[in-house]
Design a protein around this ligand. Sequence first.
Ligand SMILES: [Zn+2]
Length: 237
Amino acid sequence: MELNKDINQFDIPVAKRTYLNNSNLIFFKKLLIFSPFLFLFLSVSVLRLIRNIELKPPTNNKFQVERNHDQRILGHLPYNEIPKEKLVLIEPNIEVHSDMRNSLLKMREEARKDGINLVFLSGYRSINLQNDIFYSLKSIRNQEALVRARVSAPPGYSEHSTGFAIDIGDATQRETDFETEFENTQAFRWLKKNAAKFHFKLSFDKDNKYIDYEPWHWRYEGSIEALKIFESSNRNF
Ligand SMILES: [Zn+2]
């Protein structure tokens, strides 16, 4: 026991202990000097935290608009994919939302009575297909995403995935399919004049600041579901 005591004393020399004590003293002195700054820093942090909590956007319309606006990617609004059970096939390779089927077919029928032959070019497109279109065409055309997005929606941001969008051509001028020149066809003139009667609206008119003019692309707004889906788009295009 005696030996152990001696060893312990030897292990922690007095000089060492004194040094440690001095070091502690210096530390506390430093702490005293810096404490106002530390206090200030902590106060600012707490205030910022409180401010952030208060600034969380409430779910009223004003903030909803701003939030929706922020959800855009390259000018396109996000759209969910329509559940499969709501899709109907109106002709080979063209599926649309069941709610717009009758109105769309009626519109084509009425146009035919006026001597206009509307052609349906593209209806529902899955997000996967939109993914292929956006990325494959982008690379074929050697375009950056920003440029490509002016003429094609990124996957998850296409009106076509809702089943409420339809691309229309003129049967007598197929060379104008998906082209701005479609606006010079009789089909387009007829649509401009009559589509609203069937609850169809041109989605990307000339005044759209994000997306190029698409005279062939129409969307259905004849049901509450459709109106809800396009609400953001109608408020700020
Ligand atoms: Zn389209």
